[in-house]
Design a protein around this ligand. Structure first.
Ligand SMILES: *Cc1c(COP(=O)(O)O)cnc(C)c1O
Length: 425
């Protein structure tokens, strides 16, 4: 019994947590404190010098957040994780460890609209230059590699279209280029896809979506796979060179296969500051306990609704990777055999106007800019999340004018179909 490796559902409830040693509290308490008392002056000095692990100040770490970090690292099969305030904060903190001004990273063109904006505008202002590649054509990643390329960034299931990326093929390009593969696993969650098993070196999440699952808390997380050798060619000085702010220690030399998670904490989070509130960590931990059950229901409802929509007279096409008609069906079968997720798009015969009209007539579906809630959600990307893009980029991102995006919740599917039906007729 003792050497049995716990299954996913067990880890979702127990990983990282134990009854509180002083009070016996069974669920993880919310350690709502900014700071932690040192045992003595030597203890304080050793914490500040990274010679000992412990709590200093909640911007750098907090015991509630630590349980969340350990749990998501276990679910993803990584060595360590760092929780931050949002998915976008996770992306900034990761790339700050890898890129200097003038460096480049390659990103899949099919991404969450906010990530396209972040990469195009904010990151450009830091001097981090993005080169776009087509996740449906892996050679475009290979062609985009230059001597200044420092990372490759993809989504496992891409927003908004729900298409599946061939993670192993992109990982092979990253390995050949000697750069880490970063996978945004938000839409899949580790219940459906575990990117580290397919060659990802770093996994990021917007915890805001399926992991928290109830549409009530923002959060983000970075998972270190522990697979990348940061010291081999001097490309990643933050990890391989002596750090002046920590008495000259070299992070990879000192922390080995969780050096990247440490760098994100002690160089990224400490200095940039996007700390996760312990209250949000508590909410997200509670959400994760039911992740397997919720994902099963999300996927079951999505498959049924996608199939039903594809026979509806007002619908021109449905893009759900879990349907045999999808060009991603084989990739879904390989990477996400338990289900192709709950975010997908369909197009209406009536085009842009019909899309705008549909979102205004739905009653049970909420019209808003989020995904991964227990509630079913809808948005018309061309007039909202992707409206800043020009028409060609919209279509390339899977957000053309006639496209409507659904995030299917865990309500009764018959009620969801009835709502869609009344809104389309
Ligand atoms: C929402 C989302 C993000 C950004 O996360 P926030 O928590 O909103 O900052 C990044 N990637 C994907 C795929 C998302 O859906």
């Amino acid at each position: 019994m003792t050497d049995r490796i716990p299954g996913f559902a067990t880890l979702a409830i127990h990983a990282g947590a134990q009854p509180d040693p002083t009070t016996g509290a069974r669920t993880t308490p919310i350690y709502q404190t900014t700071s932690f008392v040192f045992n003595d002056a030597d203890h304080a000095a050793s914490l500040f010098g990274l010679q000992a692990f412990g709590n200093i100040y909640t911007r750098i770490g907090n015991p509630t957040n630590a349980v969340l970090e350990e749990r998501v690292a276990a679910l993803e099969g990584g060595t360590a994780a760092l929780a931050v305030a949002s998915g976008h904060a996770a992306q900034v903190v990761v790339l700050q460890q890898l890129l200097k001004p003038g460096d480049e990273f390659i990103a899949a063109r099919k991404l969450y609209g906010g990530s396209i904006n972040q990469f195009t505008h904010a990151f450009k202002s830091f001097g981090w230059n993005v080169a776009w590649a087509d996740p449906d054509d892996v050679e475009t990643f290979e062609r985009a590699v230059t001597p200044r390329t420092k990372a490759i960034f993809i989504e496992s299931i891409a927003n908004p279209s729900g298409s599946i990326t061939d993670i192993e093929a992109v990982a092979a390009v990253a390995r050949k280029a000697g750069v880490p593969l970063i996978v945004d696993n938000t839409l899949a969650s580790p219940y459906l896809i575990r990117p580290i098993e397919h060659g990802a070196d770093i996994v990021v999440h917007s915890l805001t979506k399926f992991l928290a699952g109830h549409g009530n808390s923002l959060g983000g997380i970075i998972v270190d796979a522990g697979t990348f050798d940061w010291s081999k060619d001097g490309k990643y000085p933050m990890l391989s060179e002596p750090r002046p702010e920590y008495h000259g220690i070299k992070l990879q030399e000192t922390f080995g296969n969780f050096a990247f998670a440490i760098a994100c904490r002690v160089l990224g989070l400490r200095d940039l500051g996007p700390a996760l509130s312990p209250f949000n960590a508590f909410m997200i931990l509670t959400g994760i306990e039911t992740l397997p059950l919720r994902m099963q229901k999300h996927c079951e409802n999505s498959k049924a609704i996608a199939g039903w929509l594809s026979t509806h007279p007002a619908v021109a096409s449905v893009n759900y990777s879990g349907l045999p008609s999808s060009p991603y069906y084989n990739l879904a079968h390989k990477y996400a055999p338990k289900g192709a997720g709950a975010v997908f798009t369909f197009s209406l015969k009536g085009g842009y106007d019909a899309g705008v009209k549909l979102v205004s007539k739905l009653k049970l579906f909420s019209h808003l800019a989020n995904v991964g809630d227990t509630r079913s959600l809808v948005i018309h990307p061309a007039s909202t999340t992707h409206s800043q893009l020009d028409d060609a980029s919209k279509t390339k991102a899977g957000a053309g004018p006639d496209i409507v995006r659904l995030s299917i919740g865990i309500e009764d599917k018959e009620d969801l179909m009835a709502d869609l039906d009344q809104a389309m007729s």
